[in-house]
Design a protein around this ligand. Structure first.
Ligand code: NAP
Length: 346
């Protein structure tokens, strides 16, 4: 248990609410940032009811891309010991440029909170940033290379154009690079840990966060529900890596009570998936039987899939996280679907 105070940015988000949940369960005090009161109020009430003895409050940061956006928060709470910066736009389909949607908030937001922390919070010990496996994705290679904690993609902002996914990944890369550069040039008192999770799936902390649509990554799981249920074709799309949200939250909290992860990148990954592996799991859920496509069950064992399947070596991360056993696809998808179906009465 720790009574340290932690600042969590974007604390109303899918991942961040799990981070807050993990922090409160361990006795940490939490200050969350959100873009509006309307956004944080229901979440605050849920946490206060789940942790009546817990300490949680929110501060509003309307636009983290604006210079000095986080200064007032760090000035006001002089006892913040750790910062967990998760906020980033994870939205697609907006009719705006990738520069406006992704790059400005991701990169300027990261620089703003790092400099505010150095300037007004010299007592901060650990700074954790949610980066993304998107910083390791190669857009111009037919097969992804094996990735590990040291890997960086070759993607540059010049290549983005109006491609939203490339814009998101390039903005995350620029943001993480800016953070490591800050550590080099500014030598702050705190240590940095960055996390590069792949697709994060899993249930929301509270049923009240579940709507007809889920957050962007879980929408990908729901997406396979709309594949023609009579299809027996192998569903090869979305070949990538996944991890459970609760494991990623754990990996954000672990560096706060140890020096082992200081100035390291963590690669929390459970395994590879594609639409067919999602379907294979869903077909084992009794309530979905007959309602979702079967596809080609054996595709995931085929030579073809084994050749293109994403590969990774995160043995360092596993060791640093105390030989963590990442939750596997069956558990992650079943829990996500169970909550979604219950709330939406499917
Ligand atoms: P999410 O549910 O959309 O949460 C994102 C949070 O960031 C929300 O609280 C959002 O506030 C806030 N935010 C967005 N734009 C902002 C801005 N301009 N200024 C201030 N706050 C802003 O997404 P998530 O999936 O939990 O993602 C959280 C973090 O994990 C992100 O850094 C993301 O890049 C990273 N990540 C996610 C995945 C994944 O598969 N989900 C995988 C790898 C890495 P509003 O609610 O007000 O919009």
């Amino acid at each position: 248990m720790s009574a340290d105070k932690v600042l969590v940015t974007g604390a109303t988000g899918f991942l961040a609410t799990h981070v807050v949940d993990a922090l409160l369960s361990k006795g940490y005090k939490v200050i969350g940032t959100a873009r509006s009161e309307a956004k944080y109020e229901p979440i605050l009430k849920e946490f206060q009811s789940k942790y009546p003895q817990g300490s949680i409050s929110f501060e509003i940061v309307r636009d983290m891309a604006v210079a000095n956006a986080f200064d007032d928060v760090l000035k006001k709470h002089v006892d913040i010991k750790h910062v967990v910066h998760t906020a980033t736009p994870v939205v697609f389909g907006l009719d705006k440029s990738p520069e406006e949607v992704y790059r400005a908030p991701a990169v300027e937001g990261t620089k703003n909170i790092l400099s505010a922390t150095k300037k007004y919070a010299p007592q901060v010990e650990h700074f954790v940033i949610t980066s993304s496996q998107g910083v390791m994705l190669e857009f111009n290679k037919p097969i992804q290379p094996l990735i590990n904690e040291d890997y960086w993609s070759s993607l540059t902002w010049d290549q983005v154009g109006d491609n939203e996914m490339m814009g998101y990944c390039a903005s995350k890369k620029l943001a993480e690079e800016a953070a490591w550069e800050f550590m080099k040039t500014e030598s702050p008192n705190f240590a940095l840990t960055t996390l590069t999770p792949p697709y994060i799936f899993g249930p929301q902390v509270f049923d009240s966060q579940v709507g007809e649509k889920l957050n962007a990554s879980n929408q990908l799981v729901l997406g396979v529900l709309s594949i023609d249920p009579t299809s027996t074709d192998a569903q090869k799309d979305n070949s990538n890596l996944y991890v459970d949200v609760r494991d990623v939250a754990f990996a954000h909290v672990a560096p706060l009570s140890s020096t082992d992860m200081n100035n390291k990148r963590l690669l929390p990954v459970a395994g590879a998936f594609c639409n067919q592996s999602l379907l294979n799991v869903m077909n084992k859920i009794p309530s979905l039987k007959g309602k979702v496509a079967v596809g080609d069950v054996n595709y995931i064992n085929s030579e073809e899939y084994q050749k293109i399947k994403c590969t990774f070596d995160n043995s360092l991360t596993v060791k640093l996280l105390g030989n963590i056993q990442f939750k596997q696809l069956e558990k992650v998808v079943s829990d996500t679907i169970e909550q979604y179906s219950r709330v939406n009465k499917l």
